[in-house]
Design a protein. Structure first.
Length: 225
């Protein structure tokens, strides 16, 4: 029956895109179907009945063919894609503005060093405050994914759900790392200019690395639950 199952799934994927992702999905479905078949046989089902049940549980794989051609199986609507692009453009503009504010304050502190000793600190704080909404926009844009609705309990729907979860988790993880390092760099400059303990404040980067490792551990534990 294993050959019957494999032959049936090979036929289902006859018109699938010739990509690595399509091959991986086909092999995953074959493996899961054979395991399900063996479980049904252990429960006492006859060979033909067990085979029919598992083959009917596969679902319509053709729904995935267009998605297997795209590196990202989750597509936003045209409106959401435009919104995401706009958020990224605004965020990039804010980052450029932050650099400009910081550079202007540093130049002013050099030119008017006698009368404006704190312009350097003002530039750092101002740049950091400008970066906060920019980072928020990047995080929001990275987490924009269409809602997933599982219509039925089939192997195809299971694949869609796992792909959705992986992509969403990756986006959140990248966003968390961005926030961690933005806070780390901001605190480093603010504390260093306030205390002038540059030989000590570099430890903040070690703290940032530890925070990133903890965040990675949390994501790993959530994934294994």
């Amino acid at each position: 029956m294993n050959e019957t199952i494999r032959k049936h799934i090979e036929e289902l994927f006859a018109e699938a895109p010739k990509t690595r992702r399509a091959v991986d999905l086909k092999e995953e479905i074959i493996q899961n179907t054979m395991e399900k078949y063996q479980d049904l046989r252990k429960e006492g089902y006859q060979e033909e009945d067990a085979c029919k049940i598992v083959l009917n549980s596969i679902g319509d794989v053709k729904e995935l063919f267009s998605e297997l051609e795209d590196p990202n199986p989750l597509r936003l609507s045209e409106e959401d894609r435009k919104k995401k692009a706009m958020l990224k453009a605004i965020a990039a503009s804010l980052y450029v503005l932050a650099v400009g504010v910081y550079a202007s304050c540093m130049m002013a502190s050099v030119i008017f060093s006698a009368g404006a000793p704190h312009l350097g600190m003002l530039g750092i704080v101002s740049a950091a405050l400008i970066c906060i909404p920019a980072t928020g926009m990047i995080v929001y844009a990275a987490c924009m994914y269409p809602d997933f609705h599982k219509n039925q309990d089939t192997l195809v729907e299971g694949y869609k759900e796992r792909a959705y979860t992986r992509n969403r988790e990756k986006a959140v993880r990248i966003s968390v790392n961005a926030i961690i390092w933005l806070l780390t760099v901001t605190l480093y400059f603010v504390i260093s200019f306030a205390t002038f303990y540059w030989h000590v404040t570099w430890i903040l980067f070690l703290v940032g690395g530890c925070a990133q490792a903890v965040a990675a551990l949390v994501f790993s534990l959530r994934r294994d639950r």
